[in-house]
Design a protein around this ligand. Structure first.
Ligand code: UT7
Length: 328
């Protein structure tokens, strides 16, 4: 049976920092509150003229280099984002052209902060069937362009960034492979996290802009509760499917939305925080990019090594959730 393996990883954050002290000048908040409630100190904001596919390009180039592959070797680009450059063409098509990836298949994956987990799961299926050899999976966002910097409930959280992995066929006998995954969605709770306008239900007009309906609306407290529940439950299912007990997991990389959510999920599992990758402090919540970004950074820092067993778990608007267990 063909299995898939992570061949290479990459990540990128734009240069401009937005600190908690900067936010103090915009809304009624303070550095201490933000750190205590979220663990975030600063986040990055894309420069004017920089697009989501530009961030993705940087991450993709690094991932291809680490995989020793050329863009032309890619069979499919799966681009997880809720902040694409445009609805049409898709971010995946724009990135294909920027990378010079030939005429490979290209598709956007829309599952909010769980988008990367959804994308990697889809990629795994294509590789398992033998239909494709190398798939580029991206999580990239310029979410700051959908944030109301007068809403202290959301503007303190979000930042821009990108992460990428190249998934390929696992040579026979190799240990490195995706072991299991689990995906979920609960549309009945979709109202808790939305961007109401800008699509067909509420096209742009002056009223939309005046009422700021094109920005993220979030019920933070309810999202918090559901995030913990969903990530814990999905992680459990992935571990059960692969028959791997939690103590055999070397690293957990949870979606980086709030340090308290991460700590609560770790506690639920009885996993020590030393085994949990945390990159939120200087990055904030970059939606679909948090997991691939944190993954690549941990590899670069020498924390994660080949052979380690890793659990990804994510949660986001939709509401969507999912997890992946893999041996790196
Ligand atoms: O990527 C997936 C989607 N997002 C998430 O997973 C985020 C999930 N939610 C959260 O991270 C948290 O709910 C927040 C960080 C957004 C808010 O933290 P909280 O501990 O849930 O705060 P709260 O909404 O319960 O508010 C507590 C108090 C309130 O004051 P009162 O009513 O107790 O007087 C708020 O008005 O804190 C106040 N508050 C703030 N104060 C200073 C809310 N936001 C702020 C702020 N600065 N930015």
């Amino acid at each position: 049976m063909i299995r898939s393996k992570i061949l290479g990883t990459g990540s990128y954050l734009p240069e401009q920092k937005l600190t908690n002290y900067d936010l103090e000048k915009l809304v009624d908040t303070n550095h201490e509150w933000i750190v205590e409630r979220t663990g975030i100190h600063s986040r990055r904001i894309a420069a004017e003229g920089q697009n989501t596919t530009d961030l993705a390009y940087e991450a993709a180039v690094e991932a291809l280099r680490n995989a020793n592959l050329d863009a032309k070797d890619i069979d499919l680009i799966l681009f997880a984002t809720v902040s694409p450059d445009t609805f049409m063409p898709t971010a995946a098509c724009i990135l294909q052209q920027k990378l010079g990836a030939g005429n490979c298949a290209a598709l956007d994956v829309s599952a909010a902060c769980s988008g990367f987990i959804y994308g990697l799961t889809v990629a795994d299926q294509f590789i398992r069937t033998g239909d494709m050899k190398n798939i580029l999976v991206i999580g990239a966002e310029i979410i700051s362009r959908f944030v109301d910097y007068e809403d202290r409930g959301t503007c303190i959280l979000f930042g821009d960034g990108a992460g990428a992995v190249v998934l390929g066929q696992c040579p026979e006998g190799e240990e490195s492979q995706i072991l299991s995954h689990d995906l979920n969605a609960d549309g009945s709770l979709s109202e808790l996290l939305t961007i109401p306008a800008g699509a067909s239900a509420m096209p742009f007009n002056q009223k939309v802009l005046d009422e700021k309906q094109h920005y993220i609306k979030m019920n933070g407290r309810e999202i918090f509760k559901n995030a913990v529940r969903a990530m814990a439950s999905s992680s459990k299912k992935s571990l059960e499917k692969a028959q791997v007990p939690p103590e055999k997991v070397d690293w957990v990389i949870p979606h980086q939305a709030n340090l308290r959510i991460i700590e609560t999920v770790a506690k639920y599992f009885g996993v020590s925080m030393e085994k949990v990758i945390v990159e939120i402090e200087e990055m904030g919540n970059t939606s679909s990019a948090t997991i691939p970004y944190s993954f690549n950074e941990s590899i670069k820092k020498g924390k994660i090594k080949r052979g380690d067993t890793i659990l990804f778990t994510a949660f986001g608007g939709g509401l969507t959730s999912g997890s992946i267990l893999l041996r790196y």
